[in-house]
Design a protein around this ligand. Structure first.
Ligand code: PLP
Length: 473
C-alpha cells in the first residue's frame, strides 16, 4: 500500500468508496439490531451539514472558536436539565461513552488523592454487568475494579456490592440501564450505600440517558435513576446513541465543581506554552459538537418523545412475540427498547439459533453469561419485526431438529468462548483475531457473507462446547 503517486479526481474516489461501502452491514434494511442509531434521512442530512460547517476547526482551544464553545455549553446544559442535574451541575462533551467514563473515573481518583490521602490503590465497586469502559478506566488509571455478582434479574445486588467496599473504595458505579440486558440497576438503594460509606457514585446512562426520560414521560414508572438521587455525583449520557447526534459525542456531568475540576488537565511546563485540556483528546473535532447541538434543536422534546414512542411500541411487540415462544425467555426486566433473550436450559442451543438467523441475513449480537442474543429496536427495524419473529420461530424448529448444530459453525466457537474456563486463552485468541484484522493478511476486504466463514472452528471445539454445555457450564 502506497499513497498514489498522482492525485485522483474526487468523483473517482467517491465512486470507489460507494462501491466498497456496499459490502458493509446493510443496516437500513432493518436486519441489524445494534450499533446504528438513525432517526431518518432528514435528520441525517442535518447532522452532516452541521458537522460539515465545523469539520476542519480544531476545537482543542475553546477560546478560539466561541461559537463551538457556546454550542457545547448549551448541549451540556440541556443534558444536565434532562438528567435533573442541580444548578451546580457542570461537565463537558466528550468523544463518546468510553471517554466520559474514563474521565469520570480519573476525576474521582484525583478527588480521592486530595480528599482521602490515606488510601492505597483506589477501588471502584460495581455490578458485574457494568460496561467494560470501567475495566478500561481502572486498567489505564491504576484503580482496582471490584465486581459484585448481580441478582438473577440482572439488577445490581446492593448487598453484594456492600460486601466489596473496603477502606480503599472511592467510587460506586451502576448502569441506567446496562447495555447487555437493558436492565436498570437500583440507583436509589446504591445511592443509600454510597451515602452511608461517604463514597462517590457514578451512574452510567450512556445508553439510557436519552431514552429513559421519554420512557418515563410515556407513562412507565421507574425508580429514580439520575441526579434526582442525591448521592449520585456524576453521570454519563451519549449523544451519539439515543441523543441522535453524529458519532463521537457524549456528555460527562458532575454534581459539583469540586469533582469536575479534577477532570481538567494543566501542564505549565510545555515548551509550546501552557497547555490545558478539559477532556482526553488533544486536537478535537468541532463537528461533533455542532451536529449534537443541531440534532437536539431539530428533534426537540416532542421529536425525542415521538421517536421513543415508536421504538417502545416496536419493542413491546417484539418482546411479546419472543415471550410467546415457549422455548425462549427474556433475561431480566428490560426498562427500555433493548433486551437479551435466551433459551430455557439452553434447549435448543441459543447460538445455533443465532447461526440460523445470521444465515437468513440478520445481524446477530451474541452475548455470554448467560449465552443470549441481544437486540435494540431502532426506528428502521419497525417494518421488519414480523419477519424477524417468523425467522426466530423457524430457527427454534430448525435447531430442535438439528441438535448437532450447536457443535458446528459459529455456534461451536461462540459457545466455547463463552463457556471455557481458560479465560486467558480466550483473551489471547481474541487479541490474535484483532491483530490479524489489522495485519497484512487481513480478511476485512472480503464481503461480509464470506468473512464470517473465516471463523470456522476446528472439530474439537464443537465436542468440547457440547461437553461443557452438558456439564451445565
Ligand atoms: C451502558 C454503556 N456504557 C458505556 C458505553 C460505551 O460507550 P461508547 O461505545 O460510546 O464508548 C456503552 C456503549 O454501548 C453503553 O451501552
Amino acid at each position: 500500500m502506497k499513497i498514489p503517486t498522482q492525485g485522483r479526481p474526487p468523483a473517482d474516489i467517491l465512486a470507489e468508496m460507494k462501491a466498497a461501502k456496499s459490502g458493509d452491514t446493510p443496516w437500513k434494511t432493518g436486519k441489524t439490531w445494534t450499533l446504528q442509531y438513525h432517526v431518518d434521512d432528514e435528520h441525517h442530512e442535518l447532522l452532516l451539514a452541521a458537522y460539515g460547517q465545523y469539520f476542519d476547526n480544531n476545537y482543542i482551544n475553546p477560546f478560539l472558536f466561541k461559537s463551538i464553545l457556546k454550542m457545547e455549553k448549551e448541549v451540556v446544559g440541556m443534558v444536565a436539565d434532562l438528567l435533573h442535574g442541580p444548578e451546580t451541575c457542570l461537565g463537558t462533551m466528550t468523544s463518546g461513552g468510553t471517554e466520559s467514563i474514563l474521565l469520570a473515573v480519573y476525576a474521582c481518583r484525583e478527588w480521592a488523592r486530595k480528599h482521602r490521602p490515606g488510601i492505597g490503590q483506589p477501588e471502584i465497586v460495581a455490578p458485574s454487568t457494568i460496561h467494560p469502559a470501567f475495566d478500561k478506566a481502572a486498567h489505564y488509571f491504576g484503580l482496582t475494579l471490584r465486581k459484585a455478582e448481580v441478582q438473577p434479574s440482572k439488577e445490581a445486588d446492593v448487598e453484594a456490592m456492600r460486601r466489596l467496599i473496603n477502606k480503599n473504595t472511592v467510587l460506586l458505579a451502576a448502569s441506567a440501564p446496562s447495555f447487555a440486558h437493558g436492565v436498570l440497576d437500583p440507583i436509589p438503594a446504591i445511592g443509600d450505600l454510597a451515602k452511608r460509606h461517604g463514597l462517590l457514585f457514578h451512574v452510567d446512562a450512556c445508553v439510557g440517558g436519552f431514552m429513559l426520560p421519554w420512557v418515563e414521560k410515556l407513562g412507565k414508572s421507574l425508580p429514580a435513576w439520575d441526579f434526582r438521587v442525591p448521592a449520585v455525583t456524576s453521570m454519563s449520557g451519549d449523544l451519539h446513541k439515543f441523543g441522535f447526534g453524529a458519532k463521537g459525542a457524549s456528555v460527562v456531568l458532575y454534581r459539583h465543581t469540586q469533582l469536575f475540576e479534577n477532570q481538567v488537565y494543566v501542564n505549565t511546563e510545555y515548551s509550546g506554552g501552557i497547555f490545558a485540556t478539559a477532556t482526553m483528546l488533544g486536537t478535537k473535532p468541532g463537528g461533533t459538537v455542532a451536529a449534537a447541538w443541531a440534532g437536539l434543536q431539530h428533534l426537540g422534546q416532542s421529536g425525542y418523545l415521538e421517536n421513543a414512542r415508536r421504538m417502545m411500541a416496536g419493542f413491546d411487540k417484539i418482546k411479546a412475540g419472543l415471550e410467546a415462544q415457549p422455548e425462549l425467555e427474556i433475561i431480566g426486566k428490560p426498562c427500555m427498547n433493548m433486551l437479551a433473550y435466551t433459551t430455557r436450559r439452553n434447549q435448543p442451543d441459543i447460538y445455533a439459533i443465532a447461526d440460523y438467523l445470521e444465515n437468513k441475513g440478520w445481524v446477530v449480537d451474541r452475548q455470554q453469561h448467560p449465552p443470549s442474543i441481544h437486540l435494540t429496536v431502532f426506528p428502521y427495524n419497525l417494518p421488519v419485526i414480523d419477519d424477524y419473529l417468523a425467522d426466530v420461530q423457524a430457527a427454534i424448529a430448525w435447531a430442535k431438529q438439528n441438535p448437532s448444530a450447536s457443535g458446528e459453525g459459529n455456534a461451536a466457537m461462540y459457545g466455547l468462548m463463552a463457556r471455557i474456563p481458560l479465560r486467558g486463552m480466550v483473551r489471547d485468541n481474541v487479541r490474535k483475531v484483532f491483530l490479524e484484522q489489522y495485519g497484512t493478511s487481513a480478511t476485512t476486504d472480503a464481503p461480509i457473507a464470506e468473512r464470517k466463514n473465516t471463523l470456522q472452528p476446528p472439530k474439537w471445539m464443537g465436542w468440547l462446547n457440547r461437553l461443557l454445555a452438558r456439564l451445565g457450564r
